[in-house]
Design a protein around this ligand. Structure first.
Ligand SMILES: [Zn+2]
Length: 725
């Protein structure tokens, strides 16, 4: 989603899914011994016989994972041993290609386990995560820090101009060597030992953090006694709240379940101001309440360890270590962009706040009630009212036209048909891990099966928050595999028989995540190790894809009334379009607050990391110092439930706005060339979406649009005015 979708872990060239796994966090020491029966019929041991190696979800049982992880690690270590024992001189094929081919069982198993932990967590899988976090981190280190392997890679690197058969191969050599250096391959033995210990503990802590965030969001759901208090919610939402309470063993009551963001959707609708406040306070208190799911101590420890690891590798702080390998290159460059945008965003938010206050004053005076000052829990509620007053519509008028399946098939898919000539066909013969999961064949413009696409769009207590894309199978020219990719959202499930009517934000998120899916499906970089794009670039194509949600011919195709089939009235469409910049000061400010917190946490030096008890005080101090302490505009994620910074977005949450500079510039370029055309689609695919990490990311951008990035289209889109400096 805009400002919040972990896509995939920063897959390392050597150990893609493993590094992702370590980033998500795993841990432990106990090892389940495979029984003879499990070993015989363990479907993880063989490549799936289903189309495109689609996972056999119906045959995989939780007890299959431990034996497959064990065998997978052993197999890869043997493969690495064979590489380093090879008496032949190191060559591209016998070292780099051999390395690329290693670890297939392990990769298959970790991909599946960590995907399922995200979408269908259960105690057995969470136990596996805790048990294997440190072991998998240690396995990764055993490969990355293997001195004989590094010597061979380094030898190929030293003569890469002759040794690599082509430019892409040369890039792979450079990538693999850099990954090993960044993992600590150049450290001495004492330092390597410390590195291994740090990685093991960090993996454990991340797993615990993510599990605590999920437990806390479920634990913080708000119990409401009567339906009357829920006035403002739709009958469907009230029925869903009753059902959620019943499932929680509270029949006759109502449960408002939470999303992981600070602001909860119900805050926009609830008329009862006291209930809005309760809901808001429950949301922002998550993770720092001193209960079993409090994450502040975990977080402080993680920050210390990351600081120490960065120092070991010769960097002043974790942000410097991470950003060196991003298009931003330095924390200073990130800070410059964030600090440039902050005053403009805050000024816009303050103007918006003044307009909301005026609306409150007017309304209270008209009812002859005492006035009150706008608070954080009032913002969405009055913003909806102001939007209705100013633009003549509110969000709820749109929703009957935004039925989930129509938006996906007649909107998201339709745009991809128009741009790339793709065709989609739902199939119901493949097994799924949950009944709400839909699977589609994706056919290329020439009729060839390009990929399988999994749409898993509904929220569940077993699913982590937010929206993301993941690949079960990646394109791999060496192994001849085609992509199986999935999009995940957290759309509340309506009661049985009711249609799922999306919010406009959810529509955008669906287009966004599908942009990631296209990036995965179109990738043709030859080596899996190059199927990686910098974090601050990967949000760029996905954000570009959001533009089609608004595109008139696409909107006209999908936005149809779920009962009558009537198209959304042109007048309503025009209003939606005019209101595009509405509330952008707020949205930008709350996003920037989280982005700045992420940076500042990861720029702490040795001895500067606050104790657990001071985590929230540190957050408050940073927001003040950065000019983002606007109480009515809280950060989109507060530190204790900011899952992004525990995973692949550590020091990387700025990536959304960084990518948006490229995105807005590219959209301007597309518009100037006619927008939704096959010609534009082919250009996007050929120069960007199919290239993966096979070339320098910024070169891909420049080759596509023909110039250096300009910031003006972003400012124009968000209605921001910079200080003339
Ligand atoms: Zn994204």
């Amino acid at each position: 989603m805009s400002g919040g979708s972990p896509r995939r872990g920063r897959a390392g060239a050597l150990l893609g899914p493993l590094l992702a796994a370590a980033l998500m966090g795993l841990t432990g020491h106990t090892v389940a011994q495979p029984t003879a029966a499990a070993a015989q019929d363990n479907p993880l041991f063989s490549i799936s016989p289903l189309p495109l190696q689609y996972p056999p979800f119906d045959r995989i049982r939780d007890e299959h994972f431990a034996p497959a992880l064990e065998r997978g690690m052993a197999e890869q270590l043997a493969e690495i041993q064979a590489i380093v024992d090879n008496p032949a001189a190191p060559s591209f094929d016998n070292t780099l290609v051999a390395l690329e081919r290693s670890g297939r069982l392990l990769s298959r198993t970790t991909t599946l386990l960590f995907s399922l932990l995200g979408v269908d967590a259960n105690p057995a899988r969470q136990q596996l995560q805790r048990d294997y976090a440190a072991r998998l981190a240690a396995h990764r280190d055993a490969v990355q820090l293997n001195p004989r392997l590094f010597a061979r890679v380094d030898a190929v690197y030293a003569r890469r101009d002759e040794a690599a058969p082509n430019a892409e191969a040369r890039r792979l050599v450079e990538r693999v060597r850099l990954d090993m250096v960044r993992a600590g391959a150049l450290l001495d033995d004492t330092q390597k030992a410390r590195m291994r210990a740090l990685n093991a503990e960090l993996a454990t802590l991340s797993a615990r953090f993510n599990q605590a965030v999920l437990a806390e969001v479920n634990d913080s759901a708000l119990v409401v006694a009567t339906a009357e208090e829920l006035a403002g919610l739709s009958p469907g939402e009230i029925a869903a709240a009753a059902e959620a309470a019943r499932q929680r063993g509270l029949p006759g009551r109502y449960l408002i379940t939470l999303l992981n963001t600070t602001i909860q959707p119900a805050e926009a609708a609830l008329h009862d101001r006291a209930l809005r406040e309760r809901l808001h306070r429950a949301s922002v208190a998550r993770g720092s309440r001193g209960n079993a799911h409090d994450t502040t101590a975990l977080l402080a420890r993680v920050m210390s360890l990351r600081q120490e690891r960065a120092a070991l590798l010769g960097h002043p702080d974790h942000a410097s270590q991470v950003l060196e390998d991003e298009t931003a290159r330095t924390p200073q460059a990130v800070q410059a962009l964030l600090r440039r945008l902050t005053p403009a965003a805050v000024a816009a938010a303050r103007q918006e706040a003044a307009a909301l206050q005026a609306l409150i004053d007017q309304e209270q005076a008209a009812r002859q009630r005492p006035g009150f000052a706008l608070q954080a829990w009032d913002w969405s509620y009055y913003a909806e009212k102001l939007r209705a007053a100013r633009y003549g519509f509110d969000e709820n008028q749109l929703r009957p036209y935004l039925e989930i399946r129509q938006v996906l098939e007649r909107g998201v898919f339709f745009a991809a048909e128009q741009l790339y000539g793709l065709r989609f066909r739902r199939r119901t013969d493949l097994p799924v891990y949950h009944e709400d999961v839909w699977v589609y064949d994706v056919f290329d413009h020439d009729g060839r099966l390009l990929a399988l696409f999994i749409a898993d769009l509904y929220a569940r207590p077993t699913k982590r928050g937010g929206a993301w894309m993941n690949a079960y199978v990646r394109y791999n020219a060496l192994e001849g595999t085609s992509p199986v990719v999935a999009n995940h959202l957290n759309v509340p499930k309506p009661p049985a028989g009711e249609p799922t009517l999306l919010t406009w934000d959810e529509v955008n998120t669906l287009f966004h995540e599908f942009g990631h899916a296209l990036h995965g499906m179109f990738n043709t970089s030859r080596y899996p190790g190059l199927d990686r794009v910098p974090r601050d670039f990967v949000e760029y194509p996905s954000q570009v894809n959001e533009v089609w949600a608004y595109w008139p011919s696409v909107l006209a195709h999908y936005a149809r009334h779920h009962q009558s089939g009537e198209p959304m009235p042109a007048e309503l469409l025009a209003k939606v379009s005019r209101a595009k910049r509405f509330n952008q000061g707020y949205m930008t400010t709350s996003y920037l607050a989280s982005a700045v917190l992420d940076q500042r946490w990861h720029r702490l030096r040795a001895g500067e990391v606050p104790a657990a008890a001071d985590v929230m005080a540190f957050e408050a101090r940073v927001l003040k110092e950065e000019g983002l302490d606007v109480p009515v505009v809280p950060p989109r994620y507060r530190t204790p439930y900011f899952s992004h910074i525990m995973g692949g977005y550590a020091a990387g949450y700025y990536a959304y706005v960084w990518s948006e500079v490229l995105d807005a510039d590219t959209v301007a370029w597309l518009m100037a060339r006619g927008g939704l055309t096959r010609e534009n689609g082919d250009a996007l695919r050929a120069r960007l979406l199919s290239r993966g990490g096979s070339e320098d990311a910024m070169d891909l951008f420049r080759q596509l649009v023909g110039h250096e990035p300009h910031i003006e289209p972003l400012l124009e889109r968000r209605g921001l005015v910079l200080d003339p400096r």
